[in-house]
Design a protein around this ligand. Structure first.
Ligand SMILES: Nc1ncnc2c1ncn2[C@@H]1O[C@H](COP(=O)(O)OP(=O)(O)OP(=O)(O)O)[C@@H](O)[C@H]1O
Ligand SMILES: [Mg+2]
Length: 312
């Protein structure tokens, strides 16, 4: 089965030096053995704390970083076999900070036109302009604003422009990496609703990333929970919200407004020195001896996947 996006045991390490005197350096395992796929027309949510590897996975999915091991497939074919143009035709990305999606020195119209110029070089200037204008209208900006520059817009408007840019060349997949995290709550809803409307209209598939489980829950059909480079639970939104099976998912849920429970305590361990056994054990309220010794394998619990010795 060919999916718009699939990771097969994808890992990515970074060779880093921890300090001035660290001559040999070491490998930081940002993503470890992640297998996930995005189905056609669905939103797969990815949630986890800062530093757990979400952006690294997103960048591998978009072809901006090569996996150290494992595979990334687009429509069933290895991502590295696509030319940049073929890749851009199939997928685009929306980043957290619109300044990294939009060049501050380029007019908004030119930025939005860029993916089209790349994927459809045969288009005339006037049809390029028409397409850009109609996309700007879709994201509720005025076509004449195409001549303005990113700093002349609010954060929410800039993020809507980034969405227009991602959609202008009609991709089938969009990777959204914290697309609303820099926005006020009132403006977040606007951008999220825009993304949902565009999905309904175009049958788009999304990989949607946020550290906020409330936001991920609003957007996603299935949700992958990530901890220290690994997926620790994968379930439908309903199952995850009704009955989280991993203690980490349960703790993340407690931070969603309107839900009770014990929120997370402590900090995520350093990826330089991951704990022995289950990476979550030092923070887990249900920890037992086995968890301190042995890394749990991923198991299938009737349609959901959980990496825990004692799922809830
Ligand atoms: N280019 C790099 N070189 C070295 N280390 C990196 C690099 N990129 C990411 N890392 C490290 O990899 C780990 C995962 O980072 P990543 O940015 O993927 O996390 P994240 O979940 O997106 O976090 P955030 O919520 O803060 O965006 C972190 O420990 C980070 O410091
Ligand atoms: Mg990130």
């Amino acid at each position: 089965m060919a999916y718009p996006l699939e990771f097969r045991r994808a890992s990515r390490g970074f060779h880093v030096r921890r300090g001035f005197l660290d001559l040999r350096g070491m490998t930081l395992h940002a993503v470890e053995g992640v297998s996930l796929h995005v189905e056609k027309g669905e939103t797969l949510g990815l949630v986890g704390e800062s530093g757990c590897g979400k952006s690294t996975l997103a960048r591998m999915g978009a072809g901006l970083l090569k996996p150290s091991s494992g595979e990334v497939l687009i429509d069933g074919a290895d991502l590295s076999s696509f030319t940049p143009r073929e890749r851009a035709r199939r997928m685009q990305m929306v980043f957290q900070d619109p300044f990294s999606s939009l060049n501050p020195r380029m007019s908004v119209g030119a930025s939005v036109a860029e993916p089209l110029r790349m994927t459809r070089p045969e288009l005339s200037t006037s049809s390029l302009r028409d397409k850009v204008r109609s996309l700007l209208e879709k994201v509720e900006l005025r076509p004449e604003q195409a001549g303005l520059f990113p700093h002349e817009f609010s954060g929410g408007q800039r993020q809507r422009i980034a969405v227009a840019r991602a959609l202008v060349a009609d991709p089938s997949l969009v990777i959204c990496d914290e697309p609303v995290s820099a926005l006020d709550a009132s403006v977040q809803a606007q951008v999220l609703n825009l993304l949902r409307d565009m999905q309904d209209e175009r049958g788009l598939s999304y990989l949607f990333i946020s550290h906020d489980l409330g936001v991920v829950g609003f957007m996603s059909r299935r949700i992958a929970v990530m901890y220290l480079g690994r997926v620790v639970e994968l379930a439908s939104r309903e199952e995850l919200f009704r009955h989280p099976a991993h203690p980490y998912s349960k703790a993340l849920l407690a931070s969603v407004p309107g839900r009770g429970g014990h929120p997370l305590s402590g900090e995520m361990p350093s990826p330089f020195e991951p704990p022995r056994g289950c990476a979550f054990h030092p923070r887990c309220p249900f920890v037992r001896d086995l968890c301190r010794e042995c890394m749990p394998e991923e198991r299938d619990l009737g349609g959901r996947r959980v990496r825990c010795h004692y799922p809830l």
